[in-house]
Write a protein that binds this ligand. Structure first.
Ligand code: SF4
Length: 453
């Protein structure tokens, strides 16, 4: 029942165990640096201008912050100075919390989107939605969630299924560690809790793949526990309303955000309140061009009152994706191709692929064949270069070099892989394979490799 609308791909995640992917990405394109706000002739940004209009219409509201109103227009210098200030450590006033909680909950009741996981009370289905929504847009998740739930309707059904089937059901969603953790967690739910999810965030945190965010989401939404959560949307909303300083990832900032979320969630309907926060960030308090004039908590928003909406939170500078080049062995035999299953750890862990070996971008084909032979533990001969497939992943620029190969013996086991299989294209369609590898396979088949091409 996550309300998430636009989630940001940028890594503005709360502090949590690494297993919990929390940089949700349902929404606007990631912001690698704050988008240049068009500066008007009078020196105001668009946001400044909007804020100024709002202020002139008397929308400023009391907040516990000591700084005065009347600063809707800020200079770059003053922004920089304040952005460098430490995160707040004092607790917000109860009146400020109440000025956020009630209006936001009411707004959510009137405006929430009708999403399929909001129509169920089944903790397993809610958990599944939370996992799928991590790093993935709502519109993408809906059909996957429905299909996956039809295929694995309970934790028991999921736990009993082979991992290959689970990965195949996840095919195309990416971030396959989510599927592996889901599978492992389902097995623990069956073994330790009789097939039903435990109802507290504390217990949920003991399961694979559960971090602080997911535990809070499932405990509050499915079980009504007053468990806080902070994802990218919530972090942005709270940063603005309570003027929380610091860069995404700063420990002090994250602690301040979680403290605010913990204080705010206490009260009636904690699950709905958490969803209201996320929904608000997804649809109204957006990364760029937030709809402040339609905002239900504008009167309680310090950033709005001070004209700091465009600078909170500061954008995290995204690291340049690393280049990764893989040579792929396209090895045809009697209507089949050779496929390999990667080790569980690392990129594309546990997934199937055309057997791959990492190479330098400009490595000669003859050298690339040597690497492939080492990975396969088998003599390999280069027949032809079939071309390359390029894919942009979140953290990598991926280049796949397709090399048609042959060999005196057909390998069935290899040192670098968990498993090898010779599959027809139809059989390969049932394998859990990344989208990038699927594109490479499509290109290989398109070259006519099984028709003597
Ligand atoms: S939409 Fe605007 S006024 Fe509302 S919380 Fe976000 S920044 Fe503040």
């Amino acid at each position: 029942m996550s309300p998430r609308g636009p989630r940001r791909k940028r890594a503005e995640a709360p502090p949590a165990p690494a297993a919990d992917v929390q940089a949700h990405s349902d929404g606007p394109a990631p912001r690698t640096k704050r988008t240049a706000l068009a500066t008007a002739k009078n020196g105001r940004t668009k946001d400044d201008t909007a804020t100024g209009r709002a202020k002139r219409s008397g929308t400023s509201a009391p907040t516990p912050d000591a700084e005065g109103a009347g600063q809707a227009i800020t200079t770059r210098a003053s922004r920089a100075k304040r952005t460098a200030a430490p995160p707040p450590t004092a607790s917000p006033a109860p009146g400020h919390l109440a000025a956020v909680r009630g209006p936001l909950l009411g707004w959510y009741d009137r405006n929430k989107r009708d999403l399929p996981w909001r129509r169920t009370r089944d903790p397993y289905a809610i958990w599944l939605s939370e996992v799928m929504l991590q790093q993935t847009q709502v519109s993408t998740v809906i059909p996957y969630w429905e299909r996956f739930l039809a295929r694995f309707p309970t934790a028991l059904a999921l736990a009993s299924a082979p991992l290959d089937d689970v990965l195949a059901g996840w095919k195309g969603l990416g971030y396959y560690s989510r599927a592996r953790n889901l599978h492992r967690a389902a097995q623990e739910v069956v073994a330790r809790f009789g097939g039903g999810l435990p109802s507290t965030a504390e217990e949920l945190l003991t399961l694979p793949g559960f971090g602080r965010y997911t535990a809070g989401a499932v405990a509050s939404i499915a079980f009504g526990e007053e468990a806080p959560l902070v994802d990218g949307n919530v972090a942005r909303v709270l940063s603005r309303i309570f003027e929380v300083e610091g860069l995404p990832g700063d420990k002090e900032r994250e602690a301040a955000l979680w403290a605010l979320a913990t204080a705010l969630v206490k009260g009636e309907r904690p699950g709905d309140f958490n969803q209201a926060l996320m929904e608000h960030g997804a649809t109204t308090c957006r990364p760029e061009s937030p709809l402040c004039l339609l905002c239900p908590v504008r009167g309680a928003c310090v950033a709005f009152r001070k004209g700091r909406v465009d600078e909170l939170p500061p954008a995290k500078v995204r690291a340049t994706p690393k280049k990764l080049t893989l040579a792929l062995a396209v090895w045809p035999h009697a209507g089949t191709l050779l496929f390999a299953r990667r080790a569980d750890a690392g990129l594309f862990g546990g997934l199937w692929e055309l057997p791959a070996a990492e190479v330098e971008e400009d490595l000669a084909e003859a050298e690339a064949i040597v690497r492939l032979a080492a990975s396969l533990g088998s003599e390999v001969k280069l027949e032809a270069a079939l071309g390359t497939v390029k894919r942009q992943l979140t953290h990598r620029d991926l280049t796949l070099r397709l090399l048609r190969v042959s060999g005196p013996q057909r390998p069935t086991r290899a040192p670098a892989f968990q498993e090898l299989r010779w599959c027809t294209p139809a059989e390969a369609a049932a394998l859990g394979m990344s989208t990038a590898m699927q594109r490479a396979l499509d290109a290989a088949l398109g070259s006519g490799v099984l028709n003597g091409g």
